[in-house]
Write a protein that binds this ligand. Structure first.
Ligand code: SAM
Ligand code: SF4
Length: 342
C-alpha cells in the first residue's frame, strides 16, 4: 500500500495548492489592500526547481492534484514550465491516468483572474494543464473597476473566451457573493456561465481581507444565494459531494450546474483533503492556519526528501478539526488571501 497523508481525523490528503506568487494585477477589495503590500522578497520565492522537488515529494505521499494559485499565478514568467514539470510527476495514490505505464500522473489545474490568459492558453494546454477556475464577480465594467481597483473587465472576458475555446472542461467560474456589490447579478452570472459552457460556483466571502473589515452579519450566505437563484431557475441537487467544497445543483434540467461554496455557514472541514504551500515555501495545513512550517528553509539548508516528507507529515498531523470561523475564538490569519494562496 503506498503512503498517504492521513491526519488525526482520518482525512486523506490528495490536493496540493501551490501559490506561485503573492503579486497580482488586480486589487480585489476582499483579498488585497489598495497599496502598501509587503511583498515577498524575490530571493524567498520558491524557484521552478524547488516547486518541482516539493511537488515530487508530495506526489510520493499520495497527493495527485496540484492547483496553481496566488496572487495571480500567470504573473510568474515560468508558469507554463511549472505546469509542464508538475504534470510529468508520477503519483503514488493509485489513481491511474489510463496510460500504458498503469501509473498516475499529477493532475494540474489553475485558479486565475484570466488577465493575460488568452496569450498563453494554448501553451498551458500543451504543457498538460487539465482544468481552469476563473474568478469573475461582476459583468458590469464600472463595478469591476470599483471592486478590483483596475479597469480590466474586457481582458477577463477575453480570457474566459480563450478558456472556452481551449476545450478544457469542466471550466469553472468563481464568484464571491457580496451584499450591495453583486447580489443583484447572481442570475445574470449563471446565464453568462451557461453561454460560455462553464459551471459557476458562488463562494461565501471569508475573513481574509487585508483591511479586516469582513462582517459575518453582512455576508451573503449560501442559502440566500440559492433562494435568489430559485426565483429564476429550477435547481436540482447533483449526486455525491465527496471532497468537493461546493454543493452542486443542475440548472433547469440541462447540462449547466451551479454550486455554492458555503465555507462559513456550512463548513466542509470534515472532508477537507487540501494542503497549501505559499509562494515563499511555507506549508499551511489550512487556509486559516495560524502556524506555518518552513519548507523553504529546510530545502535551502540541504534537507533531504525524507526530511521534507517528515515535515509535511508533521504538519498534516497537527491539522485542526476545523477552521472555526463561526466560533467565538476565531482569529483571522495574519496574511491576506493573496499571500496565502486561495
Ligand atoms: N488571482 C487568482 C484569482 O483571483 O482567481 C487566484 C488567487 S485568488 C486568492 C483565489 C480565489 O480566492 C479567487 O476565486 C478569489 O475570488 C477567492 N477569494 C479571495 N479572497 C477571498 C475571500 N475573502 N473570501 C472568499 N474568496 C476569496
Ligand atoms: Fe488578485 Fe485573485 Fe486576490 Fe483578486 S482575488 S486580488 S485577482 S489574487
Amino acid at each position: 500500500m503506498s503512503e498517504q497523508l492521513v491526519d488525526r481525523f482520518g482525512r486523506v490528503h490528495r490536493d496540493l495548492r501551490i501559490s506561485l506568487t503573492d503579486k497580482c494585477n488586480l486589487r480585489c477589495t476582499y483579498c488585497m489592500p489598495a497599496e502598501g503590500v509587503p511583498w515577498i522578497a524575490k530571493q524567498n520565492l520558491l524557484t521552478t526547481d524547488e516547486i518541482e522537488r516539493v511537488g515530487r515529494v508530495f506526489a510520493s505521499l499520495g497527493i495527485d492534484e496540484a492547483r496553481l494559485t496566488g496572487g495571480e499565478p500567470l504573473l510568474r514568467p515560468d508558469a507554463v514550465d511549472v505546469v509542464r514539470r508538475l504534470a510529468a510527476l508520477p503519483t503514488s495514490s493509485g489513481q491511474t491516468d489510463g496510460g500504458p505505464t498503469g501509473r498516475g500522473r499529477m493532475r494540474v489545474s489553475m485558479t486565475t483572474n484570466a488577465l493575460g490568459l488568452a496569450g498563453v492558453m494554448d501553451d498551458l494546454v500543451d504543457a498538460g494543464l487539465e482544468r481552469l477556475n476563473i474568478s469573475i464577480d461582476t459583468l458590469d465594467p464600472e463595478r469591476f473597476h470599483a471592486l478590483t481597483r483596475r479597469d480590466r473587465l474586457d481582458d477577463v472576458l477575453a480570457g474566459i473566451r480563450a478558456a472556452q475555446r481551449s476545450g478544457l472542461r469542466p471550466l469553472k467560474l468563481n464568484t464571491v457573493a457580496m451584499r450591495g456589490v453583486n447580489d443583484d447579478e447572481f442570475v445574470d452570472l449563471v446565464r453568462f456561465a451557461r453561454e460560455h459552457d462553464a459551471q459557476l460556483r458562488f463562494i461565501e466571502q471569508m475573513p481574509l481581507d487585508a483591511g479586516h473589515v469582513w462582517s459575518r452579519a453582512e455576508m451573503v450566505d449560501g442559502q440566500e444565494i440559492l433562494d435568489r437563484l430559485s426565483e429564476e431557475f429550477t435547481l436540482e441537487p447533483v449526486g455525491e459531494r465527496g471532497s468537493d467544497p461546493a454543493e452542486v445543483f443542475r440548472v433547469d434540467g440541462g447540462s449547466t450546474t451551479v454550486g455554492v461554496i458555503a465555507s462559513v455557514s456550512a463548513p466542509f472541514c470534515g472532508s477537507c483533503d487540501r494542503v497549501r504551500i505559499t509562494a515563499d515555501g511555507q506549508l499551511r495545513n489550512c487556509l486559516f492556519a495560524r502556524d506555518e512550517s518552513d519548507l523553504l528553509g529546510l530545502l535551502r539548508s540541504g534537507g533531504s526528501d525524507a526530511d521534507l516528507a517528515a515535515m509535511i507529515r508533521r504538519s498534516i498531523g497537527d491539522k485542526r478539526e476545523g477552521h472555526g470561523i463561526d466560533g467565538p475564538n476565531f482569529l483571522q490569519p495574519d496574511r491576506p488571501m493573496s499571500a496565502i494562496g486561495g
